[in-house]
Design a protein around this ligand. Structure first.
Ligand SMILES: C=C(O[C@@H]1C=C(C(=O)O)C=C[C@H]1O)C(=O)O
Length: 165
């Protein structure tokens, strides 16, 4: 259960940051989708997965689901702000927010790796996670997608110990 609450707070914090990302982009007239950044997030995730003992390919659908949810949340904020342009104030800069997102993604994969040592996620775990993970503008469909792709994540096979030094 410890791992599950850590997981849901990491997910919730990542989703909550999307408000600041959207506000920064609105202020600077930047598009929501940033393909170069997305490629970096995926590359970083593969390397974090490897370090956490996970199969790098198996984390890709989960990371893509995180980014899809992130973009959808931002689009909803921008739509909500259209009639009230004064409401999108942020003092944070994008580089700082992205640094925090990098940390969160790394911790997410480490926590998932730890949790998988206790066995695969059960339906109860999934329900607990779904209930605990609540963020503004995150829909149930996006949450389902996150939890479905999380179940796809696998540990990397252990390197055989040859006994040689
Ligand atoms: C969060 C951002 O917006 C989008 C979502 C991303 C994510 O969830 O990591 C990455 C790039 C963008 O397409 C961002 O630009 O940093």
């Amino acid at each position: 259960p410890i791992c599950l609450s850590a997981l849901s707070s990491l997910l919730t914090e990542r989703m909550a940051l999307m408000r600041d990302v959207a506000a920064y982009k609105a202020k600077h007239h930047l598009p929501v989708e940033d393909i170069v950044r997305e490629q970096n997030v995926l590359l970083q995730a593969r390397s974090n997965a490897h370090e956490a003992g996970l199969e790098p390919q198996s984390v890709e659908p989960f990371i893509s689901a995180l980014m899809n949810a992130g973009k959808a949340i931002q689009y909803r904020y921008l739509a909500d702000w259209l009639p009230r342009p004064e409401s999108f104030v942020t003092h944070r800069d994008l580089a700082g927010i992205r640094q925090r997102i990098n940390e969160l993604d790394k911790h997410l994969l480490l926590t998932i790796s730890q949790r998988l040592r206790a066995g695969t996620l059960s339906y109860t775990d999934r329900a607990v996670l779904a209930e605990k993970t609540v963020a503004p503008n995150l829909t149930e469909a996006e949450k389902d997608n996150l939890l479905d792709t999380m179940r796809f994540i696998q540990h990397a096979p252990q390197a055989p110990d040859t006994g040689k030094v």
